[in-house]
Design a protein around this ligand. Structure first.
Ligand code: TXA
Ligand code: MG
Length: 374
């Protein structure tokens, strides 16, 4: 059973006013069961979306900020609420692969094959867009990114809305993506109509984005559907060349800006063997602390730092469990930001396989070029 965790102050005026030109003053929180969301709550949220309002909701990856994808006004309000540059295109969320036909100029066999294997799930496909999709959604590109999320709340909400839902991650532009409803409120309270609180998300990093418009299927953003998994369906798929720190000119995916996933404090990434990285982090931290600075560290459960070093350590899981590291990464960055550290140190983890590829990708972007190779 869902219930309202926090309601509008002015309940006499509870019909959510949409098609407004100003931002909503109060963001309502609707708590729903992640496995069996209350249909009445879903219907209310769907009504807000259909009327052009903004609703944040959990997906299996991160929380998304939804807007009616075919309503250019709603999409414009979504960009404003996030402070997102209009040049950064959005992912359109649909409830079923059948919805691809109307949104694209044609569904290639590669898309059908991936959808059969991985949808619903954390995979986004870039295809040629049809005229139905407003240019606001795709930032003027002739392609559109589409995904069918697996989370029961996301799935129920999109189905009940009966329209495609544009949904970027529900954070302010350049902040870490939200993996809990409270992260959404940290960034967007008072800027959106509603957030559905369905508890923490399970994957923790954004969906894999794969471009299917060229001759070779190319991963633009690594995620939980890994290259190895995709190659079981499309053997020639490859990881796109996209080293963080490269200039954005001519980028295939304009949203993949280097400083896309950043905490407020500058993050330094230590790349190399665990032992050497930890020793170097401890030494650098000791020096910074001696200068009077507060240092936060994103660490694996087993990382041992010298007793004397006054570090704020946030542990995100065992080094061998890439799915746990991914699930806790963004929350750790937000925790360190809330603690107002002056700098954050993080390291790469053992084998870059499975979800570790996505974790390293996000850490490199958060580091924005501040990498120490040990
Ligand atoms: O897991 C996710 O994908 C989450 C949840 C909410 O679904 N959404 C998400 O959206 O991460 P966002 O907007 O934060 O990231 C979308 C990414 C950006 O890097 C954007 O540039 C890329 O997808 N993208 C969107 N449309 C594209 C297009 N037509 N061509 C290439 N890249 C595109
Ligand atoms: Mg995002």
């Amino acid at each position: 059973m869902g219930h309202y965790g926090r309601t509008l102050q002015d309940h006499g005026n509870a019909s959510i006013a949409v098609h407004r030109s100003t931002m909503p003053a109060v963001t309502e929180v609707l708590i729903l069961d992640a496995r069996q969301p209350d249909p009445a709550g879903i219907a209310r949220a769907a009504g807000i979306l259909k009327a052009g309002g903004l609703v944040a909701f959990p997906t299996e990856t991160v929380y998304g900020l939804g807007a009616h994808a075919l309503d250019a006004g709603a999409v414009t309000r979504l960009f404003a609420a996030k402070g997102r540059p209009a040049a950064d295109p959005l992912i359109v969320h649909v409830h079923h692969v059948d919805a691809l036909a109307a949104l694209t100029t044609g569904v290639p066999s590669t898309a059908t094959a991936l959808a059969t294997r991985f949808w619903p799930g954390p995979l986004t496909m870039v295809l040629h867009r049809s005229g139905v999709v407003p240019g606001e959604v795709t930032a003027g590109l002739d392609t559109v990114a589409i995904r069918v999320p697996a989370h029961p709340i996301a799935h129920a909400l999109i189905t009940a809305s009966a329209v495609p839902i544009a949904a970027p991650s529900a954070n302010l532009f350049s902040r870490p993506s939200p993996t809990r409803a409270e992260h959404v409120l940290q960034d967007l309270d008072g800027r959106i109509d509603l957030v559905i609180d369905g508890g923490p998300t399970t994957v923790g990093v954004e969906s894999t984005v794969i471009d299917l418009t060229g001759s070779i299927p190319t991963i633009l953003r690594p995620g939980a559907v890994t290259l190895e998994m995709i190659r079981t369906v499309l053997p020639d798929a490859r990881l796109g060349e996209h080293p963080p720190g490269e200039p954005s000119r001519g980028m295939k995916s304009p949203g993949l800006l280097t400083r896309h996933y950043s905490p407020r404090a500058p993050l330094t990434l230590y790349e190399g063997s665990s032992d050497r990285a930890i020793a170097r982090m401890a030494a650098d931290a000791g020096a910074a602390i001696a200068r009077g600075q507060r240092v936060g560290v994103v660490a694996a459960d087993e990382d041992e730092f010298p007793y004397s070093t006054a570090l704020l350590i946030v542990r995100i899981g065992p080094e061998s469990e890439s799915s746990t590291l991914a699930a806790n990464l963004y929350s750790a960055l937000r925790t360190l930001d809330a603690a107002a550290v002056d700098m954050i140190f993080a390291r790469t983890f053992r084998e870059p396989s499975g979800l570790t590829v996505a974790v390293h990708d996000r850490l490199r972007r958060a580091a924005a070029g501040q990498v120490v190779r040990v």
